[in-house]
Design a binder for this molecule. Structure first.
Ligand code: GRF
Length: 214
């Protein structure tokens, strides 16, 4: 059976995961599918811009399609075009960035409109960018957390789907704070994917609103 035939036959929504490193959010998503917490979903492909990403090895260990598309030495547009082609080849419905450490080109965002999600370890719009946990300590915030959002052309900017709050403790360093935020990320990402796949929401301005059954 070809990939498109398999996609059609399963009737499940197909996720494409993009990662650059450890891949704990990917594993959390895979576990949620295995535990039936994301019943309508399957992972079609895991793609990394780093051939040695531990997350890619974790995908192979789970017998998932794991593809390395190296970014080094290539123009963003060319690299993104190859990733888009790979996602299309695997009939991906929803793209999930899980520690993918590259900005997406406009063409990439336009290829999957409101179909790309990202997770960020702060309560956006506070503390965007790298090292959000250290930023939280440096600024002295008392609560931080994580945000799952749609991806647009700007860094950590797209419409927010859900957030989880994590209090900052006096004893925290960047590692302890990151560990507690990560626990919430693993819960939040699967929840957000389930919400988006349900299709039971609407977007008004920047607000993502759930449709409630009457
Ligand atoms: C997470 O903290 C995520 O919020 C950020 O990158 C990190 C990836 O961690 N975007 P992992 O590779 O999923 O373990």
């Amino acid at each position: 059976m070809s990939a498109p035939e398999r996609a059609e036959a399963s009737g499940r929504k197909r996720l494409g995961i993009l990662l650059s490193g450890r891949g704990s959010n990917f594993v959390a998503i895979a576990d949620a599918i295995a535990d039936d917490r994301l019943p309508g979903a399957e992972i079609a492909v895991v793609i990394s811009n780093k051939a040695d990403a531990p997350g890619l090895a974790a995908a192979r260990a789970r017998n998932l399609n794991a593809v390395s598309i190296e970014a080094r030495g290539r123009k963003r547009a060319e690299h993104d075009a190859e990733i888009i082609a790979c996602l299309r080849e695997h009939q991906v419905d929803l793209v999930c960035l899980a520690g993918y450490m590259r900005l997406l080109s406009q063409e990439f965002v336009a290829a999957f409109p409101q179909r790309i999600l990202n997770i960020h370890p702060s309560l956006l719009p506070a503390l965007p960018g790298l090292d959000a946990q250290q930023q939280a300590l440096d600024y002295g915030v008392k609560v931080t957390g994580c945000t799952v959002h749609f991806v647009d052309e700007q860094l950590d900017h797209g419409i927010i789907i859900l957030q989880k709050v994590v209090p900052v403790q006096d004893e925290d360093n960047a590692d302890t704070l990151a560990t507690r935020i990560l626990q919430q990320e693993h819960i939040a990402y699967a929840e957000a994917i389930a919400r988006v796949l349900s299709g039971q929401y609407r977007i008004t301005g920047r607000r993502y609103l759930l449709d409630h059954a009457s």
